[in-house]
Write a protein that binds this ligand. Structure first.
Ligand code: NAD
Ligand code: ZN
Length: 355
């Protein structure tokens, strides 16, 4: 199954399938001088051999980073550049990102900058990476905040092997589904009731593929309309202003990206209900998140002042004012400035709704 994404640099194809991780040669459109596979220790253990078996290039190298968000840093970025140089990669080489969003963002940013840019292929292995592997955003974190150093650099192709998802721990399933909930709230490519039918402790592969396909269609529609995030692409940040602050405050890796975004999404709904007085699906989402063991703990929000400070590091901040994506109604997102004082109040009233 293929979805083509149009981009100002070059179009690229997303292929979804079963077992395609070991057929990579079929997807290479040219002869690369060498290939560097970047993966993390866990994913490498599970799938690197399969990927290697499907490649017939003479110069293939691979390297594993530590699993987890902590690896999306400048030190690991620099180490990968060094490895690429030592392996003798040149401008006609290919980098393959085999893993979740961490490997994808990091290896993608290495590809964007190595010798001013080489081709790279995204091989997502998490549910969340249906989102991160599409749209060409690549980045690493700065201690001041998430994804603050990066680029727009579309992949040459995305090869999404659904089989790899069967080994995902439930925590990572939760993380990925938070982005699907977000997508369902901002567009009509996926409907929320469908997403909320998922039992995350007992995923049905056919339902998962359908949800992911719908998620990719959502992402595709938005990034094709607004590749560089001048307008509608901002709406994909629903839940991410508080989400990123929570990730950064609690230490990358304590909460998964999606768990943090889940809390952030509820927070956006909480504010939206107050501002727009509309009937938003807060309760439906909250109940589903509870049943599926999302960490919705009020104590995660206790240090409101620091959280607000962290929220300001967000790339949407204008003149020191925090802008958030809110919902006028389901499917109708808007960008609004929310003052520090209002945020204080909302964080307090919101944490009372979390038990
Ligand atoms: P991740 O890459 O850290 O993967 C999560 C964990 O699952 C890791 O421990 C990994 O080793 C493990 N794992 C991966 N695949 C597995 C598999 N098939 N079986 C078993 N274990 C597996 O995290 P993620 O949630 O995939 O991605 C999060 C990152 O994505 C964040 O840094 C976020 O900022 C970024 N992101 C980027 C974009 C974008 O547009 N570029 C969009 C959304 C998120
Ligand atoms: Zn996200």
């Amino acid at each position: 199954e293929e979805i083509v994404i149009k981009s100002s640099m070059h179009d690229y194809t997303i292929t979804m399938g079963e077992g395609i991780r070991s057929q990579l040669s079929n997807f290479l459109s040219k002869a690369y001088s060498s290939i560097l596979i970047v993966t993390d220790e866990k994913v490498g253990e599970l799938f690197l051999e399969d990927v290697l078996a499907g490649l017939d290039n003479e110069h293939i190298f691979h390297t594993s980073i530590n699993a987890g968000e902590q690896s999306k840093d400048i030190a690991t970025f620099y180490k990968l550049q060094t490895i690429a140089l030592e392996c003798g990669l040149d401008r006609n080489s290919l980098i393959i990102a085999l893993g979740g969003g961490v490997v994808g963002d990091l290896a993608g940013f290495v590809a964007a900058t190595f010798m001013r840019g080489v081709d790279y292929i995204q091989m997502p292995t998490t549910i969340l990476a249906h989102d991160s592997s599409v749209g060409g955003k690549v980045a690493i974190n700065h201690e001041y905040g998430k994804n603050l150093i990066g680029s727009f650099y579309p992949p040459t192709a995305v090869i999404y092997d659904m089989e790899t998802l069967s080994t995902l721990p439930t925590k990572e399933v939760r993380s990925g589904y938070a982005e699907l909930v977000k997508e369902a709230l901002i567009t009509d490519h996926i409907t929320l009731v469908n997403v909320l039918k998922a039992d995350l402790n007992n995923l049905i592969p056919s339902k998962l593929s359908r949800d992911l396909r719908a998620g990719i269609m959502t992402k595709a529609a938005i990034v094709q309309q607004d590749e560089k995030e001048a307008g509608v692409r901002k709406y994909l940040n629903l839940g991410h202003t508080l989400g990123h602050a929570l990730e950064s405050y609690h230490g990358y890796g304590k909460l998964t990206h999606g768990e943090a975004v889940a809390i952030g999404t509820l927070f956006s709904l909480h504010i939206s209900e107050d501002l727009f007085h509309t009937n938003l699906p807060y309760k439906e989402i909250y109940d589903w998140m509870k049943v599926n063991d999302y960490p919705l703990h009020a104590k995660l929000l206790s240090d409101t002042e620091v959280l607000i400070k962290k929220m300001k590091a967000d790339k949407k901040t204008v003149d020191n004012n925090i802008q958030m994506v809110l919902l006028e109604t389901t499917g109708k997102p808007v960008n609004r400035i929310v003052s520090d004082e209002a945020l204080q109040t909302y964080l307090h009233s919101f944490s009372k709704r979390l038990v």
